[in-house]
Design a protein around this ligand. Structure first.
Ligand code: ADP
Ligand code: ASP
Ligand code: MG
Length: 601
């Protein structure tokens, strides 16, 4: 008989009736002869209410006391769920995170799981009991019994970690939607259910704002090959399977910590094209990449940085054999893209025929502010200047001089303790994977632009290291192409997005740092939204980016920033236009059609 972990979220246990209904479901699984571990969240909006209570007393509650407070929510649910099971005649026992042996690091409010001692759990299972575990919590030190929590939404992580540790035959995440949908149904009413999604796609979606699964849960599922499914608590429908790649067995010690970075990736077959001083108005990126797409040129990284005055820079990389064509498109279109129709200053085309892309990839980059900074520091320690940076939460890619690629790979493997060989990125599309699987919207970010950062090795490292030391997680980082000489120094602008809640602290850090790094102004925008599309089939499919940009343009939406990874394209737009942008993109990629295995683009 199988070992099954089932996790029920807040809404699913939001009332006595719902707890009873869920208990029925658990009871059926147990009666079928399976060993069942149940993970539950706090009832309904309990966690939010507890946060509000704390804020009524202080605006700066201690992290330790927050954990003490928030962990009570789950404790209520486990006891009630066990009682409901008892009423059905099923033997069940509730256990807190500490009792179940979920040992975490000592980082209050965002602890990562180090190990799970499954002995106690196993003993109860052996006696035929259903074990009901409090999600979202652990204990940092078995001697001092310090209660920790895993970060908001962390019950998913508890469930998948338990499934990895036991190990379980399957981990089922029960929630208030039928599974993973092509977009958040609260914003897009005709979002469709996906029957399956790869872990990599889900990681991008989850970290881009699809709250249905905690990204760290997906990370564990991927790293440990946990069979994972997301389903509705109210129906028997099969839901969405989250598919893990074939995995190499890993030790459970340091569960969430051992490998923040899984791989160093590189691509030496890249050339860079940049258009400087293009207009900052809707439709510019669409014109550019529309033409590129029509010529069947497959672009890889695309970045558009913050603008100075009313102009933008757009840069992209292509395979070297595509460069000639890409370059002639850029030259042909540059006059049309100038900042103002009446402005005589044309957009300028800049080409570098031989650059390399090096990247680090790993789900462990999420929520660990130090990882990108470590990469920049490592590169600068061997004198490598970074020309372009593009990040997603699970990847950081840097474009550097082609000649320095080997050195970069070497220093990155050393820094992240990877003995496995670096991965050469492939341009071959993943057959049968849709170009666009789903879309997401993140409204909780702000953007910050640092104008005039000296263009020499070590600057990005210094800035992001200092932010990381304060625990500030930046997301999309974009370094501009335009280089200006001010005070005798060539300078570039660096922009990034970050959680809005961290904005003030980031501003304070940057104000302090200005004396050492000597940059100009810091430009802040709180009112942004990030819209993204994700799909593994995007690789080798020219035209996906162009389509996204043209949809935004035809909805009159201006794109402030663009950043891409191999399987995602994100655009920062005005906050007020976020939902409209998501809806337009969702419709344009035919995501409203049931099961979009072959997406037109
Ligand atoms: P739970 O309490 O069960 O953990 P959450 O509220 O954390 O539930 O996550 C489920 C919610 O995630 C859904 O109600 C939905 O509004 C939201 N959501 C966002 N993006 C997606 C998506 N792509 N697919 C499904 N749900 C999504
Ligand atoms: N109760 C916690 C929260 O609301 C954890 C969870 O539900 O996953 O964030
Ligand atoms: Mg959740």
């Amino acid at each position: 008989m199988a070992v099954i972990v089932q996790k029920y979220g807040g809404t699913s246990v939001g009332s006595v009736e719902r707890i009873q209904a869920v208990a029925q479901r658990i009871d059926q699984t147990a009666r079928a002869g399976h060993s069942v571990v149940v993970v539950v969240s706090a009832m309904g909006k309990t966690t939010n209410q507890l946060v509000d209570l704390a804020h009524q007393i202080t605006s700066t509650p201690s992290r330790r006391e927050m954990d003490m407070l928030l962990s009570t929510g789950e404790q209520v649910s486990i006891a009630l769920m066990s009682m409901a099971l008892h009423e059905l005649g099923t033997e069940a026992v509730s256990l807190t995170g500490a009792q179940v042996g979920i040992v975490t690091e000592a980082e209050h409010t965002r602890a990562r799981i180090l190990q799970i001692d499954t002995q106690r759990l196993q003993q109860h299972l052996d006696k035929g009991k259903v074990v009901v575990v409090a999600g979202f919590q652990g204990v940092s030190d078995r001697d001092n019994l310090e209660i920790t929590t895993l970060g908001r939404g962390g019950s998913d992580t508890t469930a998948v970690a338990l499934a990895a540790a036991l190990p379980a035959d399957t981990c089922e995440i029960y929630t208030d939607v039928p599974g993973i949908l092509t977009a958040d149904p609260r914003h897009v009413s005709d979002a469709q259910l996906m029957s399956e999604i790869t872990c990599d796609e889900m990681l991008e979606l989850a970290s881009l704002g699809a709250k249905v699964l905690h990204p760290r849960a997906v990370e564990i599922a991927r790293n440990y090959g946990v069979p994972l499914v997301v389903r509705s608590s109210w129906t028997e429908d099969p839901g969405t399977k989250v598919i893990s790649p074939a995995h190499t067995p890993r030790v459970l010690q340091g569960l969430e910590l051992v490998h923040p970075v899984d791989a160093v990736e590189f691509d030496t077959d890249q050339a860079k094209v940049a258009l400087l001083r293009v207009g900052d108005r809707p439709g510019i990126a669409a014109r550019m990449f529309g033409e590129i797409g029509r010529q069947e040129i497959d672009v890889d990284l695309i970045i558009q940085s913050i603008h100075e005055g009313n102009t933008n820079d757009i840069a992209f990389t292509v395979g070297q054999e595509m460069l000639k064509r890409a370059e002639s498109v850029a030259h042909a279109i540059a006059p049309v893209l100038r900042s103002e129709p009446q402005n005589s200053q044309e957009a300028e085309v800049m080409v570098d025929p031989q650059v390399a892309k090096v990247g680090i990839a790993g789900a462990g980059i999420i929520g660990r502010p130090g990882v990108a900074a470590r990469m920049f520091t490592a590169l600068s320690s061997v004198g490598i200047n970074i020309q372009m940076i593009s990040t997603s939460e699970v990847k950081v890619s840097c474009v550097i001089d082609a000649e320095q690629c080997d050195r970069a790979i070497e220093v990155l493997c050393e820094t992240f303790e990877l003995d496995s060989s670096p991965v050469a990125l492939s341009h071959v599309p993943m057959q049968e994977q849709p170009a666009v699987r789903g879309a997401a919207l993140d409204m909780k970010q702000a953007s910050l632009g640092i104008i005039g950062v000296p263009d020499r090795p070590g600057m990005a490292a210094k800035i992001f290291q200092t932010l990381a030391e304060k625990g500030i997680c930046v997301d999309t980082i974009i370094q501009s192409q335009r280089c200006r000489v001010v005070d005798g120094l060539p300078r570039r602008d660096i922009a990034f997005t970050l959680p809005e809640a961290d904005l003030e602290e980031a501003q304070a850090v940057l104000a302090d740092l200005a004396s050492t790094v000597a940059y100009g102004e810091v430009v802040v925008n709180r009112a942004i939204a990030k819209v993204s599309v994700v799909g593994s089939g995007m690789v080798g499919h020219p035209g996906v980016a162009a389509k996204m940009f043209s949809v935004l343009a035809s909805s009159g939406i201006n794109i402030q920033m663009i950043s891409t990874s191999e399987i995602k394209i994100s655009c920062v737009v005005d906050a007020e236009q976020g939902v409209k942008a998501l809806q337009a993109i969702h419709a344009a990629f035919n995501l409203s059609q049931p099961q979009q295995m072959a997406v037109s683009h």
